[in-house]
Design a protein around this ligand. Sequence first.
Ligand code: HMG
Ligand code: MG
Length: 326
Amino acid sequence: MTAGSEYPVNQRPLPMVVPEPGLPERVTIYEVGARDGLQNESATIPVEVKEELVRRLLAAGLTTVEATSFVHPRWVPQLADAAELMTRLGDLGTHLPVLVPNERGLDRALELGLRHVAVFGSATETFAQRNLNRSYDEQFAMFEPTVTRALDAGLDVRAYVSMCFGDPWEGAVPIDQVVAAGRRLLDLGASELSLGDTIGTGTPGHVTALVRAFGDAGVGPDRLALHFHDTYGQALGNVQAGLRAGVTTYDASAGGLGGCPYAKSATGNLATEDLVWMLTGLGIEHGVDLDAVVATSTWVAGHLGRPSPSAVVRALGTPRLTPGRR
Ligand code: HMG
Ligand code: MG
Protein backbone atom coordinates (compact mmCIF):
# COMPACT_ATOMS: atom_id res chain seq x y z
CA MET A 1 0.00 0.00 0.00
CA THR A 2 1.28 3.50 -0.76
CA ALA A 3 1.66 5.73 2.29
CA GLY A 4 -1.42 7.93 2.58
CA SER A 5 -3.70 5.60 0.61
CA GLU A 6 -6.19 3.11 2.03
CA TYR A 7 -6.04 1.05 -1.13
CA PRO A 8 -3.35 -1.44 -1.97
CA VAL A 9 -2.02 0.00 -5.26
CA ASN A 10 -3.11 -3.00 -7.31
CA GLN A 11 -6.67 -2.83 -5.95
CA ARG A 12 -7.47 0.83 -5.98
CA PRO A 13 -9.77 2.24 -8.66
CA LEU A 14 -8.24 3.44 -11.92
CA PRO A 15 -9.95 5.15 -14.83
CA MET A 16 -10.50 2.93 -17.87
CA VAL A 17 -8.39 4.23 -20.74
CA VAL A 18 -10.63 5.50 -23.52
CA PRO A 19 -8.82 7.98 -25.79
CA GLU A 20 -10.62 10.84 -27.48
CA PRO A 21 -9.50 11.14 -31.10
CA GLY A 22 -7.69 14.34 -32.02
CA LEU A 23 -6.20 15.13 -28.60
CA PRO A 24 -2.43 15.48 -28.02
CA GLU A 25 -0.54 12.23 -27.30
CA ARG A 26 1.55 13.72 -24.54
CA VAL A 27 1.14 16.57 -22.07
CA THR A 28 3.61 18.40 -19.81
CA ILE A 29 2.40 19.08 -16.30
CA TYR A 30 4.04 22.23 -14.91
CA GLU A 31 3.83 21.74 -11.15
CA VAL A 32 3.22 24.97 -9.20
CA GLY A 33 2.27 23.68 -5.73
CA ALA A 34 5.49 24.69 -4.00
CA ARG A 35 5.16 28.26 -5.32
CA ASP A 36 1.55 29.13 -6.15
CA GLY A 37 0.35 26.75 -3.45
CA LEU A 38 2.53 27.70 -0.53
CA GLN A 39 2.60 31.46 -1.26
CA ASN A 40 -0.97 31.65 -0.03
CA GLU A 41 -0.85 29.50 3.08
CA SER A 42 -1.33 31.16 6.44
CA ALA A 43 0.60 28.35 8.16
CA THR A 44 4.35 28.82 8.28
CA ILE A 45 5.92 25.91 6.44
CA PRO A 46 9.49 25.13 7.50
CA VAL A 47 12.05 25.25 4.70
CA GLU A 48 12.94 21.58 5.19
CA VAL A 49 9.30 20.65 4.49
CA LYS A 50 9.39 22.73 1.29
CA GLU A 51 12.61 21.02 0.28
CA GLU A 52 11.10 17.60 0.84
CA LEU A 53 7.98 18.64 -1.07
CA VAL A 54 10.01 19.64 -4.12
CA ARG A 55 12.14 16.48 -3.96
CA ARG A 56 9.06 14.26 -3.66
CA LEU A 57 7.31 15.98 -6.59
CA LEU A 58 10.39 15.47 -8.78
CA ALA A 59 10.63 11.84 -7.66
CA ALA A 60 6.96 11.39 -8.62
CA GLY A 61 7.87 12.12 -12.25
CA LEU A 62 6.95 15.80 -12.43
CA THR A 63 9.71 17.15 -14.64
CA THR A 64 8.96 20.85 -14.17
CA VAL A 65 8.51 21.90 -10.55
CA GLU A 66 8.29 25.65 -9.95
CA ALA A 67 10.02 25.96 -6.61
CA THR A 68 9.56 29.47 -5.19
CA SER A 69 9.57 33.22 -5.92
CA PHE A 70 12.27 35.86 -5.63
CA VAL A 71 9.76 38.58 -4.84
CA HIS A 72 9.90 41.11 -2.06
CA PRO A 73 9.69 39.17 1.23
CA ARG A 74 7.36 41.80 2.67
CA TRP A 75 4.93 41.16 -0.18
CA VAL A 76 5.00 37.36 0.12
CA PRO A 77 6.46 36.42 3.51
CA GLN A 78 5.59 32.76 2.95
CA LEU A 79 8.37 32.56 0.34
CA ALA A 80 10.94 34.71 2.16
CA ASP A 81 13.14 31.61 2.44
CA ALA A 82 13.54 31.34 -1.36
CA ALA A 83 17.34 31.56 -1.35
CA GLU A 84 17.69 29.07 1.47
CA LEU A 85 15.36 26.62 -0.27
CA MET A 86 17.25 26.81 -3.57
CA THR A 87 20.59 26.47 -1.76
CA ARG A 88 19.38 23.36 0.04
CA LEU A 89 18.19 21.87 -3.27
CA GLY A 90 21.67 22.39 -4.75
CA ASP A 91 22.18 21.01 -8.27
CA LEU A 92 18.64 19.65 -8.31
CA GLY A 93 17.33 23.21 -7.97
CA THR A 94 19.37 24.75 -10.77
CA HIS A 95 16.89 23.76 -13.47
CA LEU A 96 13.72 24.44 -11.50
CA PRO A 97 11.82 27.57 -12.50
CA VAL A 98 11.34 30.42 -10.02
CA LEU A 99 9.32 33.63 -10.25
CA VAL A 100 11.16 36.94 -10.57
CA PRO A 101 9.18 40.18 -10.90
CA ASN A 102 12.09 42.52 -11.58
CA GLU A 103 15.86 42.91 -11.91
CA ARG A 104 16.36 42.61 -8.14
CA GLY A 105 14.62 39.22 -8.22
CA LEU A 106 16.68 38.19 -11.24
CA ASP A 107 19.91 39.16 -9.47
CA ARG A 108 18.96 36.94 -6.56
CA ALA A 109 18.28 34.02 -8.93
CA LEU A 110 21.52 34.61 -10.85
CA GLU A 111 23.57 34.65 -7.64
CA LEU A 112 22.37 31.09 -7.05
CA GLY A 113 23.08 29.96 -10.63
CA LEU A 114 19.43 29.29 -11.49
CA ARG A 115 18.62 28.74 -15.16
CA HIS A 116 14.82 29.16 -15.48
CA VAL A 117 12.87 32.21 -14.40
CA ALA A 118 9.32 33.41 -14.92
CA VAL A 119 7.99 36.95 -14.99
CA PHE A 120 4.33 37.51 -14.19
CA GLY A 121 2.22 40.27 -15.70
CA SER A 122 -1.41 41.23 -15.54
CA ALA A 123 -3.97 41.70 -18.30
CA THR A 124 -5.67 44.35 -16.17
CA GLU A 125 -4.69 47.69 -14.68
CA THR A 126 -6.03 46.98 -11.18
CA PHE A 127 -4.22 43.68 -10.68
CA ALA A 128 -0.94 45.13 -12.02
CA GLN A 129 -1.20 47.76 -9.29
CA ARG A 130 -2.22 45.36 -6.54
CA ASN A 131 0.22 42.57 -7.36
CA LEU A 132 3.23 44.49 -8.64
CA ASN A 133 2.77 48.05 -7.38
CA ARG A 134 3.00 49.16 -11.01
CA SER A 135 0.54 50.47 -13.60
CA TYR A 136 -0.32 48.22 -16.54
CA ASP A 137 2.30 49.94 -18.72
CA GLU A 138 4.89 50.22 -15.96
CA GLN A 139 4.86 46.44 -15.45
CA PHE A 140 6.27 45.95 -18.98
CA ALA A 141 8.91 48.60 -18.31
CA MET A 142 9.89 46.56 -15.22
CA PHE A 143 9.96 43.26 -17.15
CA GLU A 144 11.84 44.51 -20.22
CA PRO A 145 15.33 44.82 -18.65
CA THR A 146 14.65 41.76 -16.49
CA VAL A 147 13.90 39.52 -19.46
CA THR A 148 16.67 41.02 -21.61
CA ARG A 149 19.29 40.41 -18.95
CA ALA A 150 17.98 36.90 -18.26
CA LEU A 151 18.16 36.00 -21.95
CA ASP A 152 21.65 37.53 -22.27
CA ALA A 153 22.72 35.29 -19.37
CA GLY A 154 21.36 32.27 -21.27
CA LEU A 155 18.35 31.68 -19.05
CA ASP A 156 14.98 30.41 -20.19
CA VAL A 157 12.13 32.82 -19.44
CA ARG A 158 8.48 31.91 -19.02
CA ALA A 159 5.85 34.65 -18.80
CA TYR A 160 2.54 34.50 -17.01
CA VAL A 161 -0.40 36.72 -17.72
CA SER A 162 -2.99 36.89 -14.94
CA MET A 163 -6.71 37.72 -14.98
CA CYS A 164 -7.19 36.23 -18.45
CA PHE A 165 -10.74 35.08 -17.74
CA GLY A 166 -12.03 37.76 -15.37
CA ASP A 167 -10.81 40.16 -12.72
CA PRO A 168 -12.38 40.54 -9.25
CA TRP A 169 -12.19 44.36 -9.42
CA GLU A 170 -12.76 45.01 -13.13
CA GLY A 171 -15.14 42.14 -14.00
CA ALA A 172 -15.01 40.73 -17.54
CA VAL A 173 -11.67 41.08 -19.31
CA PRO A 174 -11.98 41.41 -23.10
CA ILE A 175 -10.17 38.71 -25.06
CA ASP A 176 -8.29 41.22 -27.20
CA GLN A 177 -6.97 42.88 -24.02
CA VAL A 178 -5.56 39.51 -22.86
CA VAL A 179 -4.01 38.83 -26.25
CA ALA A 180 -2.41 42.29 -26.25
CA ALA A 181 -0.84 41.70 -22.81
CA GLY A 182 0.35 38.22 -23.79
CA ARG A 183 1.87 39.47 -27.05
CA ARG A 184 3.81 42.17 -25.21
CA LEU A 185 5.27 39.56 -22.84
CA LEU A 186 6.19 37.18 -25.68
CA ASP A 187 7.68 40.04 -27.69
CA LEU A 188 10.09 40.65 -24.80
CA GLY A 189 11.51 37.18 -25.54
CA ALA A 190 9.65 34.76 -23.26
CA SER A 191 9.64 31.20 -24.59
CA GLU A 192 6.23 30.28 -23.21
CA LEU A 193 3.14 32.17 -22.10
CA SER A 194 1.01 30.80 -19.30
CA LEU A 195 -2.57 32.09 -19.39
CA GLY A 196 -3.80 32.45 -15.82
CA ASP A 197 -7.40 32.04 -14.76
CA THR A 198 -6.41 33.63 -11.47
CA ILE A 199 -9.87 33.60 -9.88
CA GLY A 200 -11.23 30.53 -11.65
CA THR A 201 -14.15 32.13 -13.48
CA GLY A 202 -13.27 30.72 -16.93
CA THR A 203 -15.42 28.19 -18.75
CA PRO A 204 -14.58 25.90 -21.70
CA GLY A 205 -15.99 28.03 -24.52
CA HIS A 206 -13.98 30.97 -23.20
CA VAL A 207 -10.80 28.84 -23.28
CA THR A 208 -11.48 27.82 -26.86
CA ALA A 209 -12.07 31.43 -27.89
CA LEU A 210 -8.95 32.71 -26.12
CA VAL A 211 -6.61 30.08 -27.58
CA ARG A 212 -8.10 30.76 -31.03
CA ALA A 213 -7.60 34.51 -30.59
CA PHE A 214 -3.93 33.95 -29.74
CA GLY A 215 -3.67 31.80 -32.88
CA ASP A 216 -5.14 34.64 -34.93
CA ALA A 217 -2.47 36.91 -33.40
CA GLY A 218 0.30 34.53 -34.51
CA VAL A 219 0.77 32.67 -31.20
CA GLY A 220 0.15 28.96 -31.68
CA PRO A 221 -0.87 26.51 -28.93
CA ASP A 222 2.73 25.22 -28.78
CA ARG A 223 3.77 28.52 -27.12
CA LEU A 224 0.90 28.55 -24.63
CA ALA A 225 0.34 26.95 -21.25
CA LEU A 226 -2.94 27.04 -19.35
CA HIS A 227 -3.07 27.85 -15.63
CA PHE A 228 -6.44 27.15 -14.07
CA HIS A 229 -7.62 27.76 -10.54
CA ASP A 230 -10.53 25.52 -9.60
CA THR A 231 -12.62 28.03 -7.63
CA TYR A 232 -15.84 27.18 -9.46
CA GLY A 233 -15.06 23.58 -10.38
CA GLN A 234 -14.36 24.43 -14.03
CA ALA A 235 -10.68 23.58 -14.25
CA LEU A 236 -10.88 20.08 -15.76
CA GLY A 237 -13.52 21.13 -18.27
CA ASN A 238 -11.25 23.99 -19.20
CA VAL A 239 -8.31 21.60 -19.64
CA GLN A 240 -10.40 19.51 -22.00
CA ALA A 241 -11.14 22.61 -24.08
CA GLY A 242 -7.41 23.39 -24.06
CA LEU A 243 -6.54 19.86 -25.20
CA ARG A 244 -9.03 20.11 -28.05
CA ALA A 245 -7.39 23.41 -29.03
CA GLY A 246 -3.95 21.72 -29.08
CA VAL A 247 -2.39 23.12 -25.89
CA THR A 248 0.04 20.60 -24.35
CA THR A 249 1.28 22.31 -21.16
CA TYR A 250 -0.93 22.59 -18.06
CA ASP A 251 -0.06 24.17 -14.74
CA ALA A 252 -1.34 22.28 -11.71
CA SER A 253 -0.57 22.03 -8.01
CA ALA A 254 -0.24 18.89 -5.93
CA GLY A 255 -3.35 18.41 -3.83
CA GLY A 256 -4.90 21.61 -5.25
CA LEU A 257 -2.78 23.85 -3.04
CA GLY A 258 -2.83 27.47 -3.90
CA GLY A 259 -4.23 30.86 -4.57
CA CYS A 260 -2.85 34.33 -4.91
CA PRO A 261 -2.40 36.62 -1.91
CA TYR A 262 -3.20 39.70 -4.02
CA ALA A 263 -6.33 38.43 -5.80
CA LYS A 264 -9.63 38.41 -3.95
CA SER A 265 -11.36 35.01 -4.26
CA ALA A 266 -8.44 33.13 -5.84
CA THR A 267 -8.42 29.62 -4.40
CA GLY A 268 -6.40 26.53 -5.16
CA ASN A 269 -5.01 25.59 -8.51
CA LEU A 270 -6.29 22.65 -10.50
CA ALA A 271 -5.03 19.65 -8.50
CA THR A 272 -2.25 17.68 -10.17
CA GLU A 273 -3.94 14.43 -9.13
CA ASP A 274 -7.26 15.40 -10.74
CA LEU A 275 -5.44 16.32 -13.95
CA VAL A 276 -3.42 13.09 -13.91
CA TRP A 277 -6.60 11.06 -13.44
CA MET A 278 -8.26 12.65 -16.47
CA LEU A 279 -5.17 12.44 -18.69
CA THR A 280 -4.73 8.77 -17.75
CA GLY A 281 -8.33 8.04 -18.72
CA LEU A 282 -7.84 9.83 -22.02
CA GLY A 283 -4.71 7.76 -22.70
CA ILE A 284 -2.53 10.89 -22.80
CA GLU A 285 1.05 10.37 -21.60
CA HIS A 286 2.09 12.49 -18.61
CA GLY A 287 4.85 10.51 -16.91
CA VAL A 288 3.55 11.09 -13.37
CA ASP A 289 3.14 8.46 -10.65
CA LEU A 290 -0.35 9.21 -9.28
CA ASP A 291 0.12 7.28 -6.03
CA ALA A 292 3.33 9.13 -5.26
CA VAL A 293 1.67 12.54 -5.75
CA VAL A 294 -1.36 11.54 -3.65
CA ALA A 295 0.95 10.37 -0.87
CA THR A 296 2.87 13.66 -1.09
CA SER A 297 -0.30 15.77 -0.95
CA THR A 298 -1.63 13.79 1.99
CA TRP A 299 1.67 14.38 3.78
CA VAL A 300 1.57 18.15 2.99
CA ALA A 301 -2.05 18.34 4.17
CA GLY A 302 -0.80 17.05 7.53
CA HIS A 303 1.64 19.98 7.71
CA LEU A 304 -1.06 22.49 6.72
CA GLY A 305 -3.56 21.06 9.17
CA ARG A 306 -6.39 20.75 6.66
CA PRO A 307 -7.44 18.17 4.05
CA SER A 308 -6.62 18.56 0.37
CA PRO A 309 -9.45 19.99 -1.77
CA SER A 310 -8.54 17.58 -4.59
CA ALA A 311 -11.34 15.11 -5.39
CA VAL A 312 -8.80 12.43 -6.31
CA VAL A 313 -6.76 12.91 -3.13
CA ARG A 314 -9.97 12.76 -1.09
CA ALA A 315 -11.04 9.57 -2.87
CA LEU A 316 -7.69 7.81 -2.68
CA GLY A 317 -5.79 9.41 0.13
CA THR A 318 -8.12 9.76 3.08
CA PRO A 319 -9.30 6.93 5.33
CA ARG A 320 -12.27 5.08 3.88
CA LEU A 321 -13.84 1.65 3.87
CA THR A 322 -11.77 -1.06 2.27
CA PRO A 323 -13.55 -2.10 -0.94
CA GLY A 324 -15.94 -4.95 -0.27
CA ARG A 325 -16.19 -4.19 3.46
CA ARG A 326 -19.17 -2.23 4.80
P1 HMG B 1 7.83 47.79 -4.69
O1 HMG B 1 7.51 48.04 -3.27
O2 HMG B 1 7.27 48.71 -5.73
O3 HMG B 1 9.41 47.67 -4.87
O4 HMG B 1 7.36 46.30 -5.00
P2 HMG B 1 10.47 48.75 -5.34
O5 HMG B 1 10.89 48.42 -6.72
O6 HMG B 1 9.93 50.14 -5.07
O7 HMG B 1 11.67 48.48 -4.32
C1 HMG B 1 11.48 48.73 -2.92
C2 HMG B 1 12.47 47.93 -2.10
O8 HMG B 1 12.20 46.54 -2.31
C3 HMG B 1 13.93 48.13 -2.52
O9 HMG B 1 14.71 48.00 -1.33
C4 HMG B 1 14.22 46.97 -3.41
O10 HMG B 1 15.58 46.60 -3.44
C5 HMG B 1 13.39 45.88 -2.77
P3 HMG B 1 15.29 49.27 -0.56
O11 HMG B 1 16.10 50.01 -1.59
O12 HMG B 1 14.09 50.03 -0.12
O13 HMG B 1 16.07 48.63 0.55
N1 HMG B 1 13.01 44.86 -3.76
C6 HMG B 1 13.21 43.53 -3.61
N2 HMG B 1 13.73 42.80 -2.61
C7 HMG B 1 13.80 41.47 -2.82
N3 HMG B 1 13.38 40.85 -3.95
C8 HMG B 1 12.85 41.55 -4.94
C9 HMG B 1 12.74 42.97 -4.79
N4 HMG B 1 12.26 43.92 -5.60
C10 HMG B 1 12.45 45.08 -4.96
N5 HMG B 1 12.44 40.94 -6.08
C11 HMG B 1 7.53 44.26 -6.27
C12 HMG B 1 7.44 45.78 -6.33
C13 HMG B 1 7.34 43.75 -7.68
C14 HMG B 1 8.90 43.89 -5.73
C15 HMG B 1 6.44 43.74 -5.32
O14 HMG B 1 5.20 44.24 -5.75
C16 HMG B 1 6.36 42.24 -5.26
O15 HMG B 1 7.26 41.57 -4.77
N6 HMG B 1 5.25 41.65 -5.80
C17 HMG B 1 5.09 40.19 -5.86
C18 HMG B 1 3.67 39.77 -5.65
C19 HMG B 1 3.53 38.28 -5.80
O16 HMG B 1 4.48 37.53 -5.66
N7 HMG B 1 2.29 37.81 -6.11
C20 HMG B 1 2.03 36.40 -6.30
C21 HMG B 1 2.60 35.85 -7.58
S1 HMG B 1 1.58 36.18 -9.02
C22 HMG B 1 0.44 34.89 -9.03
O17 HMG B 1 0.33 34.15 -8.09
C23 HMG B 1 -0.38 34.68 -10.29
C24 HMG B 1 0.09 33.45 -11.09
O18 HMG B 1 0.00 32.26 -10.30
C25 HMG B 1 -0.78 33.25 -12.36
C26 HMG B 1 -2.29 33.35 -12.09
O19 HMG B 1 -2.83 32.56 -11.29
O20 HMG B 1 -2.90 34.24 -12.70
C27 HMG B 1 1.54 33.60 -11.54
MG1 MG C 1 -1.89 31.14 -9.97
